[in-house]
Ligand binder design. Structure first.
Ligand code: CA
Length: 228
């Protein structure tokens, strides 16, 4: 069996390293991230079995990271909080945390909660590799897209673009941002290619199934929405 992958998001390097060593000792594969925004990027583009998420983080706090992550993924999340962050704790659970730990904590307690989160996960439906909006489903591992029960054939670029749009539900994305995130820097800033590929996706999804997911935000860019 593959090792369980755990992401620790904690900007206090000593604490992060300590938890990492303890978890590795238990046989987990452990990755570290110290910055909120960088963590969210990782969480949306890679697959983890569990995430340990501190609340106070640079660039984007843990509650906001979790709120955005929960729009697309159901991966178990254990929040870390300082003793005096009671409000944060409550907000953390409201925004979809599965559990929380008050720092400082005994490592045995964290290990017990991780085991409990995994048990819980194994008995519930595993959606961690799926992005879903209405009848549209994108499978990150299999690289497939279906609408209801019908498979949609996408090229690699179309798939990457759709994935990026779905991961940013309800967020307006500029052409520059899309170009950078989907194509990388080597395209040298010609955003026409974004419009071309948006057109391809619309013809394969929005026009074909009579639903409108991809919206043009005039003068800005595009937004993926799931409207009833
Ligand atoms: Ca912190």
């Amino acid at each position: 069996m593959d090792k369980m992958r755990i992401l620790i998001v904690e900007d206090e390097i000593k604490i992060a390293r300590f938890i990492q060593l303890e978890l590795e000792h238990e046989g987990y594969l452990v990755l570290l991230e110290h910055d909120g925004r960088a963590a969210l990027d990782k969480m949306l583009s890679e697959s983890y079995d569990l995430i340990i998420l501190d609340i106070m983080l640079p660039s984007l706090n843990g509650i906001e990271v979790l709120r955005r992550f929960r729009q697309v993924f159901e991966t178990p999340v254990i929040m870390l909080t300082a003793r005096d962050e009671i409000m944060d704790k409550v907000m953390g659970l409201d925004s979809g945390a599965d559990d929380y730990m008050i720092k400082p904590f005994a490592i045995e307690e964290l290990l017990a909660r991780i085991r409990r989160a995994f048990k819980h996960k194994n008995t519930s439906k595993d959606n961690t590799n799926m992005l879903q909006s209405g009848a549209l489903q994108l499978n990150l591992l299999k690289h497939t897209v279906v609408y209801a029960t019908e498979a949609i054939n996408l090229t690699k670029t179309e798939f990457d673009l759709l994935k990026y749009l779905m991961q940013n539900l309800d967020i307006t994305l500029t052409r520059d941002t899309i170009l950078e995130k989907v194509w990388g820097y080597e395209y040298g800033g010609d955003t026409n290619v974004v419009d071309v590929y948006i057109r391809y996706l619309r013809s394969k999804i929005d026009e074909k199934y009579d639903t409108k997911f991809i919206h043009t935000v005039r003068g800005v860019g595009y937004q993926f929405r799931n409207e009833k």
